[in-house]
Ligand binder design. Structure first.
Ligand SMILES: Nc1ncnc2c1ncn2[C@@H]1O[C@H](COP(=O)(O)OP(=O)(O)OP(=O)(O)O)[C@@H](O)[C@H]1O
Ligand SMILES: [Mg+2]
Length: 252
């Protein structure tokens, strides 16, 4: 199983959109994919994909907390059968661990260990790919996901302040002895020509830019009532968008 973390330095860069479309596209190509929404701060995938709001991450975390009364976190193993009870199924067959807003979890002193337990258990499942959506904070619970992921995709645009913040973020991680070797940049929207060029981004950050996802044409956006179950990659009209998603997956 290949594990891909979708992350960003700032909010609203398009993590959820890209995570969902990468997962949906891979699933539609005949693979078994699991999309885990480990963002309990913002927009739940249950809504993004028109799935019910439960079961969800919060249920799984509660059961992990129960198990942790008798076992250390590293020894908590859920069987495939048991884990599957927390997953939802999208109409493409994509499996989703959804998440509702549960901001209080960020104050849980053991949240990082719990999230690590979630990811380690998900990684045991017999899927081809695990895609993890995150929030944009630089918190301990996101750092454990960095540890567990095979690839970390940083979703951003090419604005100067964003590139600067990326470099600061990378330095901070490197100071803490995190490897950033498996980090890759995905530009969500075609680079603004007056901002930083791709060559400059790669040189300054040391990370490869592996994809440029165009902003979707409004005419091919779902209407309000179908937005829920909609995947942009499922609409053949979105030629450039689909090609961009495909190109990213080719690198991973
Ligand atoms: N390539 C794109 N084309 C059109 N709309 C997009 C694109 N990328 C993102 N959006 C829209 O921009 C908004 C923010 O995107 P999204 O929710 O994916 O960001 P995020 O990084 O997950 O945000 P948060 O940090 O709050 O979790 C959404 O309404 C999304 O539909
Ligand atoms: Mg999001």
């Amino acid at each position: 199983m290949k594990t891909i973390m979708v992350h960003s330095i700032h909010r609203g860069e398009g993590k959820t959109k890209i995570a969902k479309e990468l997962a949906g596209y891979t699933q539609m190509q005949g693979n078994q994919v699991l999309l885990a929404d480990l963002d309990f701060i913002t927009d739940p995938h249950s809504r993004a994909l028109g799935l019910p709001s439960s079961p969800n991450l919060e249920d799984l975390l509660k059961d992990i907390a129960e198990e942790a009364k008798n076992n250390p976190y590293f020894a908590i193993h859920f069987s495939e059968d048991r884990l599957s009870k927390y997953l939802l199924t999208h109409n493409t067959g994509l499996k989703v661990l959804s998440s509702e807003n549960a901001k209080y979890l960020a104050d849980d002193e053991e949240i990082a260990q719990k999230i690590r337990t979630v990811v380690r258990n998900l990684k045991q499942l017999p899927y081809d790919m695990l895609i993890i959506d995150t929030d944009s904070s630089n918190r301990d619970y996101n750092q454990v996901i960095l540890d567990e992921a095979d690839h970390v995709l940083i979703v951003m645009d090419n604005f100067r302040y964003n590139v600067k913040d990326l470099i600061l973020y990378l330095h901070k991680l490197q100071d803490m002895d995190y490897s950033t070797e498996n980090f890759k940049i995905v530009l969500n929207k075609v680079p603004d020509p007056v901002q930083v060029t791709i060559e400059e981004i790669e040189k300054e950050s040391g990370l490869p830019v592996i994809g440029i996802v165009p902003v979707l044409d409004k005419t091919y956006q779902p209407s309000a009532d179908t937005e829920n179950v909609y995947l942009n990659v499922a609409d053949p009209n979105n030629v450039d968008f689909i090609n961009a998603i495909k190109k990213i997956l080719d690198v991973l």
